[in-house]
Design a protein around this ligand. Structure first.
Ligand SMILES: [Zn+2]
Length: 300
């Protein structure tokens, strides 16, 4: 059967409308769970990357905003009704499960802050090769209006909030946010607690960058630090140290196989990450996929 151009346009439009309705209904079912980490810092879990927000006399400061369609629920959870707008919104990186609400928040008056590569990637069409997912450029309002290269520090709500970039980790625009006064850190997707991490090689990520970031951050934390991962449950220093050991072990083994001259297929067959699957194959990244990220990083 052959379709005319007009029929194809109508069918495509119907698919878009239907998927928008399904997405909206999907988000209706999401419940936002709030966990108090200190008197001023809270973690929110809904759908997408974990959110942190800080409230106090100066107002509201938020990290990440999950998917499009969740803004009303997030507003309710953080209580903007009583306190007013979120003054500052940080994006830990460009992925839409962390930045999907940007346009809504900007329209409500938030100043969106991110590493300069977040703005660049949100401004242009992207392809996340791992999911074979093409992402259209974001509307102008959704873009961060304040960007930085290495670090920016906020003095807000009696907190020193250190927003620091780590190069080529989960992507090429990651930021980790540290609240030393409250002893809380938000790792963005550099850290998936209790799961193999997704490394977005096509967005400039690499295993070396992930290891380097965690190695630099760990000594700045202590046994009481509350670690918010990009995905997964609230974590702590000993869990992140164990995670780092796993990453380094898989990387060392894949590297020795690469050095021996083994091909990608041979390395994937040996799958050095498999022995860690009992504990870390809990999310959407399987052991062989993690081995592949490590191989691709070393080959790049
Ligand atoms: Zn991500």
């Amino acid at each position: 059967m052959k379709y005319s151009t007009k029929q194809i346009i109508v069918i495509t439009a119907l698919i878009i409308i239907l998927s928008t309705i399904v997405n909206a209904q999907d988000m209706d079912k999401v419940t936002i769970v709030t966990t108090e980490l200190s008197s001023s810092i809270f973690m929110l879990e809904g759908r997408g990357g974990n959110i942190a927000f800080c409230k106090g006399d100066d107002g509201l400061f938020m990290i990440d905003d999950q998917f499009t369609g969740l803004t009303d629920k997030i507003k309710e959870a953080i209580g903007t009704g009583n306190i007013g707008i979120v003054n500052f919104l940080i994006n830990t990186h460009w992925h839409s499960d962390h930045t999907g609400g940007n346009e809504d928040w900007a329209n409500l008056g938030s100043i969106i802050v991110a590493h300069k590569n977040v703005r660049k990637r949100l401004s242009e069409k992207q392809l996340i090769k791992f999911f074979n997912n093409e992402v259209e450029p974001s509307p102008a309002d959704a873009l961060p209006i304040l960007t930085f290269s290495d670090e920016v520090i906020f003095y807000y709500n009696d907190e020193e909030i250190i927003v620091k970039h780590f190069a080529h980790a989960h992507t090429d625009g990651d930021a980790v946010i540290h609240f030393p006064n409250s002893n809380v850190v938000h790792m963005g997707d550099i850290y998936f607690s209790g799961a193999f991490p997704f490394i977005d090689i096509s967005s400039g990520g690499s295993i070396e960058g992930v290891i380097n970031a965690i190695e630099q951050i760990l000594p700045t934390l202590n046994d009481s630090t509350k670690i918010i991962p990009g995905h997964g449950k609230l974590s702590n220093k000993s869990e992140m140290a164990e995670h780092l050991k796993m990453l380094k072990s898989v990387k060392a083994e894949v590297k020795s196989l690469v050095d021996k001259g083994e091909s990608e297929d041979e390395i994937l067959k040996e799958n050095p990450a498999l022995k860690f699957a009992y504990k870390w194959e809990t999310g959407f990244i399987k052991a062989n996929q993690f081995t592949k990220f490590v191989y691709q990083s070393l080959k790049n």
